[in-house]
Structure formats: structure tokens, C-alpha cells
Design a protein around this ligand. Structure first.
Ligand SMILES: *Cc1c(COP(=O)(O)O)cnc(C)c1O
Length: 410
């Protein structure tokens, strides 16, 4: 088959069915296109699936991080800590508030926040006489982080935990033998989600803050909508004043417009009905890849390490180009670039997730970060490649990806 006739395989894509289209078509005829009942229904569904007490839906995962960070006052002189390997938004949300950001290194075999590195960063911040305000771990690729260990460190230094779960909706993890769904736990003070089309369920653009704490919900709601409210218990002027009436509202904090339209929540609600099926298919695809790579390409590409007490939701399926004896990281990076190019020639559009944040020019300048302080992140970045992973990927597609890599390797 010539390359021209090959179907393109992206690294991720959404799955929209007729019932999703019908849900949006119905919602667009409602009297409310935004701030209507679909928003609340979507939020209720998120709570039901994750076990969180409250959900505040908003217009992106980035807004959700900003809303959560605002709830813990991650601003001023205080330092918030996120992982070196994540999407830019996990760090930007702190910078929006004027807060300082520090980064932990990652375990290169999982790309997850390294707990020993977190402890070192906390010690360093405290040695500078500063307060750690928030810790923002990331469930990279869909595998939950070690939340109990991170919670313990956060408690010891008085920090909040904002879990960036943009990759892990539908995942689960064990604590003391009990399984917990991602998103509904007291181990994190807030959990954020994204509904970008590349994520598990989509609203086009969208996000949410999940929390069990009423105060966090209230602040997230205020930040979502200009800091305004009509809550009679909190209004500062008497209801019987001629200047006050049913129209009256007050602003008591600074907020933004981070609202998500009803139309999009109708899509999200429809998609959420399929989350379990989506995640089950992702896990089956990962198992197939794992088996084929172990059989066909040992020592060439290596899947990420999986912990038995964490159920990966597989937002991404990442392999690492193996580091052979005598290889420098430059050699690994060159081989990964070669594999990326080879796959692209064969219409397989892999991706690299992510360029380490402390290696970004902006953060090197703003936070004074140096790549040599993040050896795990740079080692991961040198060899990582996100292969096609989405529920519509067929078994034949999986074989095609593996065989194309096998041709490259030979
Ligand atoms: C996608 C993503 C975000 C941001 O979500 P948007 O909806 O694109 O704003 C934040 N963190 C991580 C880890 C992500 O993957």
C-alpha cells in the first residue's frame, strides 16, 4: 500500500456519536444557552462518577486550575510546587495570581512527580523562609500519582493539594486496600479536569473543579463569574432598602468570565455516559500495545512503568525509546526524533508530551530553573513518544503502529 492511501492515525481524538449530536441539537433550542440547567446536570454527573461532593464546571481545564489556585490564595511571596513534566497550565495558573512556582523532578519511568524530589523542594522553600501554598501533582498519561505520600508532605508543610487530573478521569487508585475513583477524595483539596477534545470526554473546550470543601466551591464559583453573587445571606445591604431588590447583586471579590455554555455541558453530559466504556477500551488498547512491544521490540521501546495499585485511565500511551549501553541522552533524543519522523512518513502522527516546563525559556527566566536540576524530566523527555491512543483505534491500527516501529528498528 502506498503511503498516500494510508489512513492517518493521530495520537488522540474524540469520539462523537449521533446521541451526542442529538443532545447538543436539543440544548441549542433551550431558552438558556448558558448558565442553564445543563451546567448543573453536568456538574451533578461529575460528582456522581467521581464521588466528589461539589463540581464547578468552567470553560477550560486551565480556568479550572486558576479557580482552584485562587481558592488557596497561591499568590504573592508564597511558593506553589508542580511537576517538571506537565502541560504549561499546571504552572501558569500560579503565575496568573502572581505566586512563585517551583518544580519537582519526575520519575523518568512513569513521568510522575517524584516524591523524594517534592520533599527536597519543600525543604528548600522552607529554608528560604517561605511558605509552600499549594502542591499541584499531575496524573501524567492517566496513571494516578502517589496521593497519600503527597498529602503527607502537604500536611507537614501546611500546603493545599490541587490534583491536576486532566489525564486521569475514569482512573482509580488504592489506599489501604480500598479503590477510589480519581476526583473524589479528601486527599486532594481540589481536583481539576479538562474536557479538551484530546481528553477522555469532551465539551469542545471545558473544565471543572471538584472538591469536598464548600469554601473551595464558593470561591471557584465566584472566580468563574466576576466575583458576583446574589446570596441573600451574604449581601451587605438590607433587602427592604428601596435600592435593593430581586435584580440586585454584589461583587465581593475579583473574578473572570470562565463560564461554560449549556450547549457544551449537554455534550459533556452525553459523553460522560460513555466514560466507562471509553476508559475500558483505552485500557484494552494499552494491554495490547504492552503485549506486542514485549514480544516484538524488547529493548527498543519501553512502555511506562505501571503501579499495581493504580488503575490507569490512559489519556496517553507513551513509550520511551530505550537507552542502550553507552548511549548519551543526545543519542536517545536523536533516535526518538528519527522514530517520530519515520512514523509521520507512514501517516502515524505521534506526539511528545511534554517539553519540560522548567526548560521553557519563560520559566528559566521567571523561576531561574536549569535543566540539569531535572535529570529525571530531561531523561524522560529525551525518549518519550505518545502513540495513537483513543477508543476508536482498532486492533488492526495497533498492529500497524507496532509493525511500523518494528520496520524502523530493523
Ligand atoms: C489539557 C491539560 C490542561 C489544560 O486543559 P485545557 O482544557 O486545555 O485548558 C491542564 N493540565 C494538563 C495536565 C493537561 O493535560
Amino acid at each position: 500500500m502506498s503511503n498516500d492511501t494510508l489512513e492517518v492515525l493521530p495520537y488522540g481524538r474524540q469520539w462523537i456519536d449521533d446521541d451526542d449530536v442529538a443532545a447538543v441539537a436539543e440544548a441549542v433550542r433551550h431558552p438558556w444557552l448558558t448558565q442553564g440547567p445543563a451546567v448543573t446536570a453536568f456538574e451533578d454527573k461529575l460528582c456522581e462518577v467521581t464521588g466528589a461532593r461539589y463540581a464547578v464546571a468552567c470553560n477550560s481545564g486551565t480556568s479550572a486550575l486558576h479557580m482552584a489556585a485562587a481558592a488557596f490564595h497561591a499568590d504573592g511571596q508564597d511558593v506553589s510546587i508542580t511537576s517538571a513534566v506537565t502541560f504549561l497550565a499546571s504552572a501558569n495558573c500560579i503565575a496568573y495570581l502572581g505566586g512563585e512556582v517551583a518544580f519537582t523532578d519526575v520519575d523518568p519511568s512513569t513521568a510522575l512527580m517524584a516524591v523524594d524530589s517534592l520533599q527536597q523542594v519543600v525543604d528548600r522553600v522552607q529554608a528560604q523562609g517561605k511558605q509552600v501554598r499549594a502542591i499541584i501533582p499531575v496524573d501524567m498519561c492517566g496513571q494516578p500519582v502517589d496521593l497519600p505520600a503527597i498529602r503527607a508532605i502537604a500536611d507537614a508543610c501546611g500546603a493545599a493539594v490541587i490534583a491536576d487530573a486532566a489525564h486521569s478521569l475514569g482512573g482509580r487508585y488504592q489506599v489501604d486496600g480500598q479503590w477510589h475513583p480519581v476526583g473524589g477524595t479528601n486527599l486532594a483539596d481540589a481536583v481539576t479536569l479538562s474536557f479538551h477534545p484530546i481528553k477522555h470526554v469532551t465539551t469542545g473546550e471545558g473544565g471543572a473543579v471538584l472538591t469536598n470543601r464548600e469554601r473551595v466551591r464558593d470561591i471557584a464559583q465566584a472566580v468563574r463569574c466576576h466575583g458576583m453573587h446574589r446570596d441573600s445571606a451574604r449581601l451587605t445591604r438590607p433587602a427592604d432598602s428601596p435600592w435593593v431588590g430581586p435584580w440586585y447583586y454584589e461583587q465581593d471579590s475579583l473574578g473572570y468570565n470562565y463560564r461554560i455554555p449549556d450547549l457544551l455541558c449537554a455534550l459533556g453530559l452525553s459523553q460522560m455516559g460513555k466514560l466507562e466504556q471509553f476508559v475500558a477500551r483505552r485500557r484494552a488498547i494499552a494491554a495490547r500495545y504492552d503485549a506486542l512491544f514485549a514480544e516484538r521490540l524488547p529493548g527498543v521501546v519501553e512502555p511506562l512503568h505501571q503501579y499495581p495499585d493504580r488503575e490507569n485511565a490512559y489519556h496517553l500511551y507513551v513509550v520511551r525509546v530505550a537507552q542502550r549501553d553507552g548511549d548519551s541522552l543526545d543519542d536517545v533524543a536523536a533516535r526518538r526524533k528519527s522514530l517520530y519522523g519515520w512514523l509521520r512518513e507512514h501517516k502515524i502522527f505521534a506526539q511528545v508530551n511534554y517539553v519540560p516546563v522548567p526548560w521553557q525559556p519563560y520559566w528559566m527566566q521567571r523561576a531561574g530553573t536549569k535543566p540539569e536540576d531535572f535529570p529525571g524530566a530531561m531523561a524522560y523527555y529525551a525518549g518519550c513518544l505518545s502513540l495513537p491512543m483513543y477508543p476508536l483505534l482498532t486492533d488492526a491500527d495497533i498492529v500497524r503502529v507496532v509493525e511500523t516501529i518494528a520496520q524502523w528498528a530493523s
